[in-house]
Design a binder for this molecule. Structure first.
Ligand SMILES: [Zn+2]
Length: 110
């Protein structure tokens, strides 16, 4: 039971960490595919599991200033995306508490 703390997702389509295949989120939890990360295409997720969060820091993005935290795979420590703590623009508030995972860093686990 070495991975006892890892959450095992059981939907028809699960996204995992590309490096170690640890489950990170469900296909059904994607809010938007219209995002870009450091490695290209990125998705906004409602819920992500098996990650650790860094300290928050302010970042200027194309959509304005946000407070974000990098998120890392809990198993292999690879950076997989970031979480939005706070958005200053009213139009961007829906992202607060949500997660970005970079498509390039994900694999599909079926
Ligand atoms: Zn991993």
């Amino acid at each position: 039971m070495g991975l006892a703390y890892n959450v095992y997702l059981d939907s028809h389509r699960v996204y995992g960490c590309k490096t170690c295949k640890t489950h990170l989120s469900n296909h059904d939890d994607i809010i938007s595919r219209n995002f870009r990360g450091q490695h290209g295409k990125a998705y906004l997720f409602d819920m992500v599991v098996n990650i650790t969060e860094s300290e928050p820091n302010e970042r200027n993005m194309t959509t304005g200033k946000h407070v974000v935290r990098d998120i890392h795979c809990r198993q292999c420590k690879e950076t997989v995306g970031w979480k939005y703590d706070k958005a200053y623009e009213q139009a961007e508030k829906y992202k607060e508490g949500k997660f970005i995972l970079e498509a390039e860093l994900l694999c599909t686990v079926t």
